[in-house]
Design a protein around this ligand. Structure first.
Ligand SMILES: [Zn+2]
Length: 272
């Protein structure tokens, strides 16, 4: 039961100000469950945390979005009149007080592994999380997201894709552990959580492939973040075939995309 949708928690000593968001998309519940579990016992030694249940009407209804995608509304000069634009402006006013953001999401692919989205300025922090894949360059590829808003203001913005939407309860612990590792990085909690020592794959998102027309077909069987061989046929249509180049990875293959929607994103694997 959410009684307040933005909660401010202060430590006794001065320190960084950070935000933790959940429920920007209302059906991505791992972060919401994690924050509900954590909230009664949060104890920080220094600084300030703003915890936000970002999109209460969508969380309440259990849907991704009510009118429009809240995670495309975070940009300076947003003067939109929809409830999501108005809410984004409230949340941007919080983010403007913060040094860093951790935003907790989930995805549709039932077999997918958790991953991190951030830019190069947050790689040091992202490496301390027990999540094996880090994907960068989304500020450019999909503007208007919370993490990109922070990056454009020269701050740390990190989005965690905690796991499949259908398995929220099982992936609540991914959210909880990452929150602890995030707060520990900033020295805001006493609890010792081990930073990750596992190697990471870093995949830079580069371009969006749209379903151009009814003849467009994405080749079956792709998995999220799968490495493609040079020359792999990604998709075909009457007008254009999409062929992978050396080093390409496929991100978010979306087999049910409608004409005009994103069918997948192409990225390349880069050294950490
Ligand atoms: Zn999301």
């Amino acid at each position: 039961m959410i009684t307040s949708d933005i909660i401010e928690i202060k430590g006794t000593l001065p320190g960084p100000t950070v935000a933790i968001f959940a429920g920007v998309h209302g059906n991505e519940m791992a972060g919401v469950l994690a924050l509900e579990e954590m909230l009664p016992n949060v104890n920080i030694t220094k600084g300030t945390i703003f915890i936000a249940f970002a999109n209460p009407p969508a969380i309440e209804a259990g849907v991704r979005m009510v009118n429009k995608n809240l995670n495309r509304c975070f940009y300076k000069g947003n003067s939109g009149t929809s409830p999501e634009d108005i809410r984004a402006r409230e949340l941007m006013a919080i983010l403007d007080q913060c040094d860093a953001l951790l935003d907790l999401h989930m995805f549709y692919d039932d077999d997918g592994e958790p991953f991190v989205i951030c830019e190069d300025n947050a790689l040091e922090i992202a490496k301390t999380f027990d999540i094996g894949i880090i994907s960068t360059n989304w500020t450019e590829v999909e503007p208007g997201a919370t993490d990109g808003y922070m990056y454009q203001n020269r701050k740390i913005g990190i989005c965690i894709e905690c796991g499949p939407i259908s398995k929220a309860e099982e992936h609540k612990d991914v959210a909880l552990k990452t929150i602890k590792q995030f707060l520990q990085y900033f020295g805001m909690i006493d609890v010792a959580v081990n930073p990750s020592t596992e190697p990471k794959r870093v995949i830079k998102a580069e371009s969006v492939v749209y379903k151009s027309d009814e003849t467009f077909k994405l080749k079956p069987g792709f998995k999220n973040f799968q490495k493609l061989q040079d020359g792999t046929v990604i998709a075909t249509s009457n007008t254009k075939n999409h062929i992978a180049k050396k080093g390409h990875c496929i991100i978010f293959p979306h087999y049910n995309a409608h004409v005009g929607e994103e069918a997948c994103i192409l990225g390349t694997e880069v050294a950490l």
